[in-house]
Design a protein around this ligand. Sequence first.
Ligand code: AMP
Ligand code: ZN
Length: 448
Amino acid sequence: MNNLQLTNSLTRKKEIFKPNNLEKISLYACGPTVYDNPHVGNARTLVVFDVLYRVLNALFNSNVTYVRNITDVDDKIIEASQNNKKDINEITNEVIKIFHENCKSLNCLKPTVEPKATEHIKEMIEMTSSLIKKGFAYENKGHVYFAVSSFKDYGKLSNKNLDELKVGSRVEISDLKKNPMDFVLWKPSKEKDPGWESPWGRGRPGWHLECSAMSEKYLGKNLDIHGGGLDLIFPHHENEIAQSCCNNNTKKFANYWVHNGFVTINKEKMSKSLGNIITISDAVKKYSGQAVRLALLSAHYSQPLDWNDELLKNQENVINKWYNLYSPEKNNVSEVDEILLDDLNTPGYIAKIHQLYNDASKGNAEKKIKFNQACKLIGLFSISKKDWESSKKSKISVSESYITKKIEERIEAKNKGDFLLADKIRDELLSKGILIEDQKEKTIWKVK
Ligand code: AMP
Ligand code: ZN
C-alpha cells in the first residue's frame, strides 16, 4: 500500500520510505525565524511539507506527528528590534500573527505541534551541558562551542569534508573558538538583549541547537523525515545532526532528509538580502491563496521555481476553471496516486488533474469524484464555490454599483444604435476583470 519514494539528501538517492513506527510517523520541518514578513520563498517550504504531511496522513491513517518550530530568539530578531526601535516581543508576536494568517491563506494544515524556541530554553541548556560533559563541546568566556572535529561524520549531509566546507562557507571568525568551523551552542547576551540564566552566565541559544532540542522533545532521538529549504543543508542541518547524534550516541538523527529548491525571480534566489522578495501577504492580495499554492506546486519540489506574473495568472485561470466542477462532498482519499507517491511529483499530478477535469466535464460522475479528491489531496478547493465566487468579487477594483451603472449605459447605447460606445464600455469592464454576458431578457456580469 505504501510505495512512497523520497529523494533523500543524505544518500542523494530516491528511496522507498520506510517509517520507524507505523503508529507514529515523525516529520519535522524547520519553521520561520520571526523577524520579518514571510515571503513566497518561505511559502514554498510551507506548501511542500504540507503536501507531504497530507500524503503521509492518507497513507498512514493520520498517525503522523508533524512538528514545525518557530525561531523566536535569534540575532536577526535582535537586529530588527534595534533597526525598527520596537520591542522584541512586539516584533515576534506581529510576525507570528501574519505567518499564521499566511498559512491559512495557503490552506496549510496546522502542524501537530508548533514549538517556540523561547519556551524550550531549559531543554537547550540541558543539551548543551550534556554535550560539554561528553566532550563534544567546550566553554570559553560565556560562549559554548561545538567542536566539529569530535564528530567524524561532520559534512556527510553536505557531502563535503571539513576543508571543503571551510572554503565554501562564511564562518564567524572568533578567537574564542578552537577551530574556525566550530559553531555556537550558547552565547552571552547583553543586558538589554533577551537572555536566560545558565551555567555559563546569562545568554541565549544558537539557532541550530533550538531544532535539535525541540525535535527530540516531540519526536524522539531518531525521526523519520526532517526537511526544509535547500539553504538549510549547511550549516543548519549539518549542525543539527552533529549535536543530536553526539548527544544521543546514535548513528542517525533523521532517516530521510528532504529539501526543497528555491523560489527565484529572474533566476535569482528570492531573499531579503537581495531585496527581491514578494511577501505572502502581498501575493495573496493580488492572487487567490489557491493560485499561489498551485504555482508553488507547479514545479517538482527539488527544482528551482521562477516566480512571475504570467505563472500566477495562469494558475488563477486554472483554479477558476476547476471550480466549474467543484463538489462540496467531503471525500476522503484512501488511495494516493502513484504519480504523487513518486517523490511527490506534483507537476505530474497536476497534469493528471487536468486530464481528470477533461474526462469529468464530459459528464462522468465517477471521474468528477476522483477529480475533486485529487484537488483536495494537494490542498486545493479549500473553500466552497460560493465563497470562491464572492472572494473573486472582493478582489476586483470596482464596486458593484459602478458595474451596474456601466451596464445600464451600455444598454442605452445599444438602444440608440451606438454600438461603438457599447463595445467600448464592454471592453472597459473587461479590462477591470468583469465579463458581461447578454442573455435573452437581461445582461449579467461575472468576474473573469
Ligand atoms: P528562514 O525564515 O529564513 O529561516 O526560512 C524559512 C524557510 O524558508 C527555510 O526552510 C528556508 O530554507 C526557506 N526559504 C528561504 N528562502 C527561500 C527561497 N527563496 N525559496 C525556497 N525556500 C526558501
Ligand atoms: Zn531547524
